[in-house]
Design a protein. Structure first.
Length: 331
């Protein structure tokens, strides 16, 4: 049994941590909830019991003997507090982008590269939500055929922008101006997630490119990305165009994906069967459909990949990482 802390417990992903820990009957001895000073003193429920939310500060961390700290409180909080939790003996699993590209920090999707957890130094990074769901089918393709190039186009839900993102969509449907996004998201699409970089890409696009290379252990993999926020409450969708190194039969891709842990093939267009965000929300697996050859290039493949960005894209993957650590004695 383990002492578990949730940092950012009052947030969108924080609450999902609680739900998933309960669902999976995670072996918790003591549970500690942290957020900002704003919500200190409020209560959240876990397994029918009320838990107090504490301010995130060293004083409140040091005597708790925390084994695992699940973080989802933004990059600045992670940068400041992950090393502090770690210095008191906790293994931090962080949802923010703060540590992902640090060479000493494993960046892990639980079914894809669990072995990278073996040599952690107390901080582990959960990849970006849009990267996580792409990795599950791409790793299977990489291992069997090799990958030459990937083109990502994403259709990302507002829940990925936290409580404020959800509020912007809900308020926007009633004509209220947005607070989180620069333009209304209701009835709109914004080709803009995270900040713009000097090269014209957004940081979200850069994250997908760099994180994919790190997780698949190929620094030179050719990847491009366009990430778009759409007026969907929850679950990200992605069109992924892949150029494989070797020829394939489309039936073999179906078989490969059917045998890939964490992936559900949901594809039968004659019955109009393809994954949608509404269908996939609340599910653990990554869903893949519209599996078809790209006839415009040699060894080209098109996929439509949908996953619950708050579950597999965030809280679930972090909890699965904790389970891998426990099951392998890697804590
Ligand atoms: P709080 O509710 O006290 O603001 P979301 O991304 O869904 O908006 O959630 C962000 C989470 O991060 C919330 O739990 C929020 O707590 C927490 N948080 C924000 N700033 C800090 C901070 N400086 N220290 C600790 N937690 C923070």
């Amino acid at each position: 049994m383990y002492n578990v802390a949730i940092v950012g417990s009052t947030g969108n992903v924080g609450r999902k941590f609680l739900e998933i820990l309960e669902e999976r009957n995670f072996p918790i001895k003591n549970l500690y909830l942290f957020a900002s000073q704003r919500s200190a003193g409020s209560y959240l429920e876990f397994k029918g019991q009320k838990y107090i939310v504490e301010n995130t500060c060293e004083e409140n961390i040091k005597n708790k003997k925390i084994d695992i700290a699940l973080f989802s409180a933004g990059g600045d909080t992670s940068l400041k507090f992950a090393p502090i939790f770690s210095s008191y003996g906790a293994v931090v699993i962080d949802n923010s982008s703060a540590w992902r590209m640090d060479k000493n920090v494993p960046l892990v999707v639980s079914e894809v590269n669990p072995e990278d957890l073996k040599n952690h130094n107390g901080i582990i990074a959960n990849p970006n939500c849009s990267t996580i769901q792409a990795m599950v089918p791409l790793k299977a393709l990489l291992d069997k055929y090799g990958i030459k190039r990937v083109v990502y186009s994403t259709y990302q839900a507002v829940s990925g922008a936290g409580m404020q993102g959800i509020a912007d969509l809900e308020d926007g449907l009633n004509g209220v101006a947005p607070k989180k996004f620069p333009y209304p998201i209701a009835g709109n699409c914004l080709p803009h997630i995270d900040v713009f970089l000097d090269n014209g890409y957004t940081k979200e696009e850069e994250k997908m490119i760099n994180e994919t290379r790190k997780i698949l252990h190929d620094e030179n993999l050719r990847i491009t990305a366009t990430t778009v926020r759409v007026p969907v409450l929850n679950s990200h969708s992605e069109s992924i165009n892949v150029e494989l190194n070797n020829p394939f039969e489309i039936e073999d891709i179906f078989t490969l994906f059917e045998n890939t842990p964490g992936l559900t093939v949901y594809d039968n267009v004659s019955e109009l069967k393809y994954p949608t965000p509404l269908e996939v929300s609340g599910k653990d697996d990554v869903y893949v459909g519209r599996i078809r050859r790209d006839f415009s290039i040699d060894n080209g493949l098109n996929l439509w990949v949908v996953a619950d960005n708050i579950r597999k894209g965030a809280a679930l993957n972090a909890v699965q990482i904790a389970e891998v650590l426990i099951n392998n004695n890697w804590l």
